[in-house]
Design a protein around this ligand. Sequence first.
Ligand SMILES: Cc1ncc(COP(=O)(O)O)c(C=O)c1O
Length: 390
Amino acid sequence: MSMLSRREWLRTTGLGVGAGVALPGLLPASQMAHAMGGGVSYADMLRQMERDVTTARAAAGPIRLMYNENPFGMSPKAKDALMGHWAEHTWYVPPIRQEVAATFAKHVGVPVENVLVTQGSSEVLSILALAYNMDGGEIVAPWPTFEDLPRWGDTLKMRVHRVPLDHNLDHDLYQMDAKIGGATKLVFVCNPNNPTSNLNDDKALRDFVGTASKRALVVVDEAYIDFVDTPGHKSMVDLVLKGENVVVSRTASKLHGLAGLRVGFAIARADIVRKLQQYVTGDPNVFGLHAANASLQDTEYQTFAKAKNREGRTLLLDTLAKLGKKAAPSQTNFVFFQAGKPVEAMQGYFRSKGYLIGRAFPPYTDWCRVSVGTPEEMKGFCEVLPGAWG
Ligand SMILES: Cc1ncc(COP(=O)(O)O)c(C=O)c1O
């Protein structure tokens, strides 16, 4: 097979849904077991997947380290679930919608009435903006952060207070608190934060959310919580269970590798869930729901993906430290470091070496955001890294 047609073939077969795929690690678990000759454990399959995903991504073109995607894609068991329900693509209101809400509720330890399943967690943010700001409300958010909620505020012609991060790249809770006023409808916090990758101080943030939620609805974006290693770190879900004015958003896009299938979750008081339900723009797709349902129960895959992320992240952070570069203490699947050169120049350098990295996040225009790829990819990335300053 010529290089081009091999590349095209790998691209179109994607991560293992085609028949006769030469890379068994890209297949659903049941087919992978067969292709690997039987008698293999799931751990063996995940190792095979790691090798084959790295091969497939290298052949598919520049390596994507720009959108904080899971390089391994969905779990092999999630692929089985998706393929096993192929016929449901013709259905409205598939029962899996209720099922995945129940699975997620169990996963986070809340009653199912506190869960809303959405089209990615971006939809949680868009419907919050619609539901709470139609009558001229204000939003308070750190800056920079994941931009969807502030952007929706702009679109809806709301006043959005973007409060600069402090010198540690933490939310400036004092300044955020000062911006909360009578017109504030939503307060946004993102922990760990994107693009900075770091966790805020647990106690300080929890105290802030507790007091702010007496004055406005507080949105806690926990898209990256699955990657956090800090011992004792706790989600804010318990505040929902206490009946506080708090919405926690989660996603199947990151650890579960389902970004393209669009599944997210809101966790909130039942009355807030009912209110948000009125603003959803459609149903999540049936394949995403089946894949998410299986992935949430596939703890072995979750442990694998988290461990591989930690391996790649540590490698990159250690290499940056050796080069004397300042980096935020990442608790996510990406690293944010100070290049001391414009991001565009760094993007150009890495593109020439076969890697795509994140965009600029003003005012941090000399900081780079690099998503964590497979450990093998991160080795390659670290080899070319010093050349960025050469
Ligand atoms: C902090 C944060 N929240 C939410 C999202 C949206 O993710 P999705 O809509 O895929 O769930 C992202 C995506 O990168 C993110 O970084």
